[in-house]
Design a protein around this ligand. Structure first.
Ligand code: B12
Length: 254
């Protein structure tokens, strides 16, 4: 008979978690099996930028593709950090330090991929007015750059008028807007109306914490996207000529 004390044991992620387990021990159970990838994910978890680069280099030396390492190793490490944060096993500074290490890693993979020096297209990225949560936007930006797009990054807390001016100036194939708070995401609607007033039909890909598909579907140019990793696929689809309706059919969940 297995000796389990239910008051000291809980089951999560298909892993039995004893209360005495440290976050490091829980993470060890969640890291991917492949040794090279595991090392990268572990370095992201530890927030060690040097270790991230070193383990990536090692994985590439063993034949792993730099661009595949972004999704399969760096993002996986960050997902583990987010999961443990959501379960109160890690603190906010841990999330920020790991995100920075992951971003460094993505930049490194991009450099090493040697993919196209000619840009496939231009994208404008920003965080909505009143909102300073920019980690998701940084991820979207580096992923697009890694896939060969030129990204004009307007930064965080960007006023609507500044977004419109950048669209008129840069003529991007799409915009990516980030909002993490319910109080700030209405700025997407203002950007949508101001673009339509100027007869500009550029898709506005919206994501980040508080944003939902139902909310984004309320305005004409909005396209909801949950995972930052899907944004380059949306850009590729736009280059293939998909309009907003077709993009929604392809990328919206229901
Ligand atoms: C880190 C953080 C901060 C940091 C931000 C640092 C930074 N440079 O970004 C600091 C400490 C500054 C901060 C401040 C505040 N925060 Co804060 N913060 C967070 C926290 C813990 C994590 C957010 C994060 O970066 N996660 C890591 C990234 C990688 O995940 P992500 O953003 O979800 O991104 C993923 C997807 O959403 C998506 N994605 C993200 N962006 C985009 C964009 C596009 C285009 C697409 C397609 C996808 C996409 O891809 C990513 C990976 O898949 C969240 C809690 C949480 N669990 O989300 C609260 C949270 C967002 N904060 C919150 C609040 C309230 C605040 C403050 C108002 C607190 C205060 N009282 O001062 C201030 C806001 C100040 C302001 N004006 O903006 C609330 C918002 C509540 C709400 N729903 O409205 C949250 C949800 C915490 C909570 N549970 O209450 N915060």
């Amino acid at each position: 008979m297995i000796d389990i004390n239910p008051q000291r044991t809980l089951v999560r992620y298909n892993v039995r978690v004893e209360q005495e387990m440290t976050p490091e021990e829980v993470a060890e159970e969640l890291f991917p099996a492949d040794e090279d990838i595991r090392e990268v994910a572990r370095a992201v978890f530890e927030g060690d930028e040097d270790e991230v680069v070193e383990s990536l280099q090692n994985a590439m030396d063993n034949g792993k593709d730099p661009l595949i390492l972004i999704n399969d190793a760096l993002m996986v490490g960050m997902e583990i950090v987010s999961t443990l944060y959501d379960d109160n096993m890690l603190y906010l500074p841990d999330v920020i330090i790991s995100a920075q290490a992951m971003i460094e890693g993505i930049e490194y993979c991009k450099e090493r991929s040697g993919e196209d020096h000619e840009y496939k297209g231009k994208v404008v990225s920003y965080v909505v007015e009143g909102d300073i949560h920019d980690i998701g936007k940084k991820i979207v930006t580096v992923l697009l750059r890694a896939k060969g797009y030129e990204v004009i990054d307007l930064g965080k807390d960007v006023p609507v008028e500044e977004v419109i001016a950048a669209v008129k100036r840069e003529k991007p194939i799409m915009l990516t807007g980030t909002a993490l708070m319910t109080t700030t995401m209405s700025a997407f609607k203002d950007v949508n109306s101001r673009l339509l007033e100027s007869d500009i039909n550029v898709p506005v890909v919206c994501g980040g914490g508080a944003v939902t598909q139902d909310f984004v579907s309320q305005y004409d140019l909005g396209l909801y996207c949950e995972e930052a990793a899907d944004v380059p696929k949306i850009a590729d689809a736009i280059l293939k000529g998909f309009d907003i309706e077709r993009l929604r059919r392809e990328f919206h969940k229901h």
